[in-house]
Design a protein around this ligand. Sequence first.
Ligand SMILES: [Zn+2]
Length: 576
Amino acid sequence: MSYLVLARKWRPQTFAEVIGQDHVTLTLRKAVEKGRLAHAYLFTGPRGCGKTTTARLLAKVINCESPVGSEPCNSCASCLAVAEGRHLDVFEIDGASNRGIDEIRDLREKIGYAASRGGSKIYIIDEVHMLTPQAFNALLKTLEEPPSHVYLIFATTEPHKVPATILSRCQRFNFKRLEIGEIVEQLEKICGIEKIEYGKEALMLIARRAEGSMRDAESLLDQCISATEAGIDLDLVRKVLGLVDSQLIVKILRAIGDHDRALALSVVDSVVSGGLDLEKFFLAYIEGIRNLLVLQVEGVDWLDLTSDEIEEMRDICSRFTMEDLLYLFRQASRSFREFKLSSQPRYFLEAAVAEAASWESAVELSALIDRIDSGGAASPGTAAPSRSRPGKGGGSAETGHGEPAPEDRGGGGGKDRASASAAESRSKDGTAYAKIDRSPEPKGEREERPGRAEDAEEWERFLSKIRETKLTLGIWLVSAEYRGVKGNNLLLRFNYQNRFAREMVLEEKNKRYIEAQLEKFYGKKLVIETVETDGGGGDGTREVEAPPPRDDLLEGAPPMVREIAKTFDGELRRKQ
Ligand SMILES: [Zn+2]
């Protein structure tokens, strides 16, 4: 069979054919033209980007009997011998192989001899960073005084592992990872000449999966070609790559967007009964959320999706805000770690999907907290976004005119309702002495709360400052309820559903950063202290850690008032 793998068949035969590395090849060609080649080169860069190919081209042109300008002729005996890997004076040594040290020793012994055809001897050492210290030492002697007919070309993906003594004696060229467009262009060219029908989206997918390596891209194209009699389309590439059917992912994301837990779980069920790999599916699901995130910032070029799928994803995307998606992404990544460790991965996948389908809108939650912190005043800066979402009680942050929040919002939605109605019954009786905090108040009925509101506004300003530099950190912080400063502590309360945000805020590096920013902003050292509310049963909230700060007024209040405040987790304020 005369079939030649594409990567070999399409290996560049001239410098001009090397893709994406003009900054290297142009300099080399100039050196060839002027007869000013160095005796030792180091080619660095990611795998499959053309280092060895370029080294072979250099070997070819150095020994070519009739070079064409700075290019090898590709037809003389020497060029043909290099191309077929049988040139007597061109040696390729694999630094990663065990024979490396023997070959280097051999190199040292024979390097002094003249080349067999009176030309130059060229040593190409691949993965040179893998050589042993002894081999490097042996090389060093040669590098210090290379014979005039000897050229050494080293290639490596990890230049930092090459000893400085070697590095300093080489002329170094950094090859770059290939762009997706560059790879696609080459694949199109190959398909065109090989007369293979293709869809551009299929080639784009191959190019992305090749991660900058032309060799990998060509080998994937090879696999696709041998898997079909017909043309290459997206479905085929997905099958060859073992990718999950995108419709399953679309379906589950749509279910999550609609808070349809039953549907989301039925997708998992079909994955299980279809015998699909659960881990692959989980990863594809995470990638699906990532794709929604990308769509949110309009980065369509980065998606491995057809235009139809992009339309579908856009539709799903409209159900979420950026914060929602970041939350879902983090939640999925965290669940995936648990999934990997579990002996019952299916249950973890189901739990993750069910939890995801119970998401709370991060924006609504933060808007709610804004209103609470600023005493319910819908100031322009903290007004709740008016975005409504189908299938879920959108705008719950704006209820408060007596209408009950929509039922069954899933998850811990019950908690918000509970505290909201608690707030109402309190304000209706008019004798509220103990104010129940963090409950949204009906517009116009709320009490002024001097001091506290300013406090909250300051915190709000601090948050926007943080978000300027560290967006995600800002998002974690926004999901917390600001509880004021007590002594040197700044207190934040996280709903149990936002426990991940809390973990993130408390992560040592993040906490240090926030506290440093706090010091800058408030002009004094503040330590972040957090509590988490347990919203599990919907029966109100329960502190699981240190209690929130209480208004000092409570100290001198009658026992009954203190009892009420304690029961409802409220605090005492002077009536205006
Ligand atoms: Zn030639």
